[in-house]
Design a protein around this ligand. Structure first.
Ligand SMILES: Cc1cc2nc3c(=O)[nH]c(=O)nc-3n(C[C@H](O)[C@H](O)[C@H](O)COP(=O)(O)OP(=O)(O)OC[C@H]3O[C@@H](n4cnc5c(N)ncnc54)[C@H](O)[C@@H]3O)c2cc1C
Length: 291
């Protein structure tokens, strides 16, 4: 495994924002990942990083250890099941499963996620299905017990909701790998579906972002509210700007700081509260000190 001290994290996020980690460890197999987790300081649990596509890291960075697992083994099992490491890139898994004539992952095309991040966030796809619909089993390391949880966790035993998984309530649980249940597919049709979704989303969803910053209030869309009710499309502080194409996306126009980005978020929340008496909750997570 690679161990680096005082290492900048901005390049490990899609939005390219964030200060350094005291220690950054990159693991490239599940065995290395387990070793790094087992050796972590019990008083200061490590921060787990996927692709950094849903986290805002503060300008001061993250104290203690950050672990990024890039282990990406994909194993095809009987009855259309696939076992995949948590560090696997979702888009690579989608292409690989389609090449194996398997279907059901297509609607998650374009999401710049790892499998660990997809499970943690229970991501929603193009048709609004959540990732848990294809999850069977999850291998989890428990940081408090310093061991892999046995027997293996069945996805059906956990609570899931739109963009919610129980992992968000268990900071000590680290996802090592998962088994997915897919169905037989037609790879030509699947490829067409994926390329249509990518063509559609890339028109409005810039990759120099963290995806949708706010959760949609029940029955409404945060993007619509920010655009039409708060009229904040294009609003900018420093180099952080509310996208002109998708008002729930905040872009880094170049060298934006986490403080700029957070100030835009705060402004949206203050305006929503004062103008509409509405609490807009962030969908992204904040890592490090923002006080
Ligand atoms: C252009 C763009 C489009 C997007 N579109 C969508 C979309 O359509 N639908 C959607 O739901 N989201 C979308 N997102 C948001 C984002 O991609 C997802 O939330 C994604 O799942 C985050 O995964 P990640 O690997 O980047 O995780 P990170 O952002 O690195 O981490 C997110 C959280 O997961 C935790 N985590 C990561 N790996 C593990 C692990 N192995 N064990 C335990 N915890 C872990 C981290 O600690 C952190 O709390 C989009 C983002 C962008 C930039």
């Amino acid at each position: 495994m690679e161990i680096m001290k005082n290492h900048p994290l901005s390049a490990l996020t899609t939005v390219k924002i964030g200060g350094p980690a005291d220690t950054l460890i990159i693991t490239s197999s599940t065995a290395e990942f387990i070793e790094a987790l087992s050796q972590s300081d019990p008083k200061r649990p490590p921060t787990i990083l996927g692709n950094g596509s849903n986290i805002l890291i503060s300008d001061a960075g993250i104290r203690g250890t950050v672990i990024k697992n890039i282990s990406s083994n994909i194993e095809y099992l009987p009855n259309n099941k696939v076992k995949v490491d948590s560090g696997t890139q979702l888009n690579i898994l989608i292409q690989d499963t389609i090449a194996h004539y398997l279907s059901d992952l297509e609607e998650f095309a374009y999401i710049p996620s790892t499998i660990g991040g997809a499970i943690y966030g229970n991501i929603h796809g193009f048709n609004k299905s959540n990732f848990n619909k294809i999850l069977l089993e999850i291998d989890v390391f428990d940081l408090s017990e310093k061991k892999v949880i046995t027997p293996i966790i069945q996805a059906s035993q956990l609570n899931w909701d739109y963009d919610f998984s129980q992992f968000q309530l268990h900071p000590n649980w680290v996802i090592l790998s998962a088994t997915l249940q897919l169905s037989p597919g037609d790879s030509k049709l699947s490829k067409k579906l994926v390329s249509d979704i990518i063509a559609h989303k890339s028109q409005t969803q810039s990759l120099n972002s963290l995806g949708s910053v706010f959760k949609n209030p029940p029955g409404d869309s945060a993007g619509r509210i920010i655009d039409q009710e708060l009229e904040l499309k294009g609003f900018q502080i420093g180099n952080a700007q509310i996208s002109l194409l998708h008002a729930n996306f905040i872009l880094n126009l170049g060298n934006a700081t986490a403080s700029d980005y957070k100030a835009v978020i705060d402004t949206v929340q203050e305006r929503a509260k004062s103008k509409l008496n509405l609490v807009l909750e962030p969908e992204i997570k904040f890592l490090g000190d923002f006080s």
